[in-house]
Design a binder for this molecule. Sequence first.
Ligand code: ATP
Length: 512
Amino acid sequence: MAQEDVFKKLVSHCKEYGFVFPSSDIYDGLGAVYDYGQMGVELKNNIKKYWWDSMVLLHENIVGIDSAIFMHPTIWKASGHVDAFNDPLIDNKDSKKRYRADVLIEDQLAKYDDKINKEVAKAAKRFGEAFDEAQFRSTNGRVLEHQAKRDALHERFAKALNDNNLEELRQIIVDEEIACPISGTKNWTEVRQFNLMFSTEMGSTADGSMKIYLRPETAQGIFVNYLNVKTGRMKVPFGIAQIGKAFRNEIVARQFIFRMREFEQMEMQFFVRPGSELEYFKKWKEIRLKWHKALGFGDDHYRFHDHDKLAHYANAATDIEFLMPFGFKEVEGIHSRTNFDLSQHEKFSGKSIKYFDPELNESYTPYVIETSIGVDRMFLSIMSAAYCEEQLENGESRVVLKLPAALAPVKLAVMPLVKKDGLPEKAREIIDNLKFHFHCQYDEKDSIGKRYRRQDAIGTPYCVTVDHQTLEDNCVTLRNRDTMEQERVAISELNNIIADRVSITSLLKTIQ
Ligand code: ATP
């Protein structure tokens, strides 16, 4: 099935099974804003817990905060967001559709990559085991031709971005003959900058109200609390973690919850000695990749993408990209932000933000490594990797979400075989004992087969069936979601067997 179709199915699956709904659905939705349903909120909370615990429990020198969304407007002046938090936008005059100029060019680069990969795949099929990919890539005429075009485009694009050259960005779009996917024409406007921050008013107008912004990132809430937290006996190097909502008036909001106008971030700022930042940048790249890989979707689903254009505050930056149904896409950014933010807040607030390092016997403004991941993008990457349509041996098919057990919304479904003979009461008794340890669901409606399918569709890793035999031997049938294998186990053993396999603690142990 084409990846696009898989994605469409995933979106409707998310709605049907209570994972994600369009916001304000009964009013036909609101552009790029979404709500999480009864299953989605559980998955989202589990993702957040996995991240939070991996930061705050596994690192003695990382603490958390929860700062307000409303902040003093000068913060956004100091951080550079008022003047420079812009995206270059371009309109197609025929379709009247608006695009990000940089994204159009990135898509064009991806097209060259696709062409190269297709040549490689064709050759690999033709030559079989004897295929030497490295040699093919460095000698095949067509591959070399595509690669040369790609490299030239890449170089020109990086330079245009670095120089903030909007005319050149437009010229690249023209020269590459990039057409609007809707109208199919190449009739483009100029490229303009567009600020992504939402603003509102605080206070009554009679007293003179103040224009404030909805934060476009959670990081600034950490920077402006650095002094407060440091006072609590934190010694450099140390980190501050935060999970919270962020808002961006995205020009092109598309691909479901990949790019939203209201979303949630999990950010950690790690404060280090000046000069040691690149060493910590490398360390945090490794730690974060390990966190992702522990989910078990396969190492080939991840790659680093180093930035061509460094933000004005950064001296190194990379993205962790995940293989989504629409290609490799950023889920997390890791940035070496120098001492830019703290220095700016020092300048704009007039307060000293220096750290006195007792070992060096000197004061400095710490440098910062940031890890920044979107909860919603992480959610989408997990759902898209977990969604499977399987053909079964008996000719039936099933849709199953192969979610990592520790993140699954429901861990165990308990089902009486029939709705009588004391089986429902026995099933309830099992849930009453286990509900303190993990999320259980009771289900007695329809045939067992249908009930299994329902649980597969929401990713429940285990199902327990209570039958007449259970009343005699206190044993139940335990069914595994992925293998569909069933085993007979004692009720008294259920907690031992399952708790460990579905706990976030077990997942954390694999990365510590
Ligand atoms: P992009 O290039 O995709 O716009 P970005 O580089 O601007 O992303 P950052 O500012 O580094 O993103 O934000 C860190 C993380 O926050 C991203 O890796 C992503 O997971 C998440 N994120 C950013 N913007 C959005 C959005 N509009 N919707 C959902 N998640 C987002």
